[in-house]
Ligand binder design. Structure first.
Ligand code: PAF
Length: 283
């Protein structure tokens, strides 16, 4: 595979995408914060099934981190990421610095309603404003036909869809299934913070969610099932459970048991916060 073109300025990104468009090529984008793992590679694969060219952005976006969060220690490994992009067949890596994305005087914030309320927002109040603002910028800078987001960050996927609908951004959003290890652990850049024993505990998150989703699908009481799941996570070794919640699959409004839903959870292992979600298939 050829190494991807690497650009760190919006001007160079636009010039390259313009050349591709003039040649009649379709462009897909995969926004990332780097520390690429197999989950990201699956997004690139899906992008390349649709598009002639795939742009991957690598930008650890400061506006989606609270001052107490892991912005400084978030894994940064550009050389390794570029190797992975080459192997995956991505065509361009957009690696802007903070000053390119947020020049002095930057003063705009996009706030999406609907699916952003509750869940992550209850614990990370500014997170989705930061995500929506940077994703809107990336879309306007790149102008892709498609953009691929993982279902692992399910609420983010719903928020990005809402953003594109509401602002008429001409990008088709593709949701990609979560990539898991052989024992069900969702791939996440934050897994790098975990030791072997913690990884074993982390794997229980998906086990407990799947079990609870099956119970909900067969008519279990939602409040009871989610509190049993919360208790089971604590028993498994999670020190703190932020939420286990059933939601309607598209709007993330409270789940109605006659509809397909999503069971979402966030829980802490030491100083690492993990999220996961599974489908609730109504019968
Ligand atoms: O999911 C992520 O990695 C980030 O939230 C995103 C979408 C790249 C925006 O910074």
């Amino acid at each position: 595979m050829n190494a991807p073109i690497v650009v760190d300025s919006v001007a160079a990104l636009r010039a390259q995408v313009r050349d591709w468009r003039q040649a009649g090529l379709g462009v897909a984008m995969v926004p990332t914060m780097g520390a690429l793992h197999d989950g990201h590679i699956s997004l690139i694969r899906i992008a390349l099934e649709r598009a002639d060219r795939c742009v991957v952005s690598i930008f650890v976006n400061p506006t989606q981190f609270a001052p107490t969060e892991d912005l400084d220690k978030y894994p940064r490994q550009l050389a390794r990421d570029l190797d992975r992009l080459r192997d995956a067949g991505a065509h361009l890596a957009f690696t802007p610095g903070v000053a390119e994305m947020y020049p002095t005087g930057f003063a705009t914030r996009i706030s999406v309603g609907g699916p952003s309320s509750g869940l992550e927002t209850d614990f990370r109040p500014n997170f989705f404003d930061g995500v929506a603002t940077v994703v809107a910028k990336l879309f306007l800078q790149t102008a892709p036909d498609w953009a691929v987001f993982g279902e692992k960050d399910y609420q983010q996927l719903c928020v990005v869809r809402q953003l594109c609908r509401d602002l008429d951004l001409p990008v088709e959003i593709i949701g990609a299934p979560t990539v898991r290890d052989a024992r069900g652990l969702a791939m996440s850049s934050r897994n790098a913070y975990l030791g072997e024993a913690e990884l074993d505990v982390a794997r229980q998150l998906n086990v407990i969610l799947r079990r609870t989703a099956a119970e909900l699908a067969s008519g279990a009481n939602e409040i009871r099932a989610t509190s049993i799941a919360t208790e089971a996570l604590a028993q498994a070794g999670f020190q703190k459970v932020d939420y286990v919640a059933a939601r309607e699959a598209v709007t993330l409004a409270p789940w109605r048991c006659d509809r397909d839903g999503r069971l979402l959870a966030a829980a802490w292992l030491g100083t690492t916060r993990l999220i996961d979600n599974v489908e609730i298939r109504s019968t």
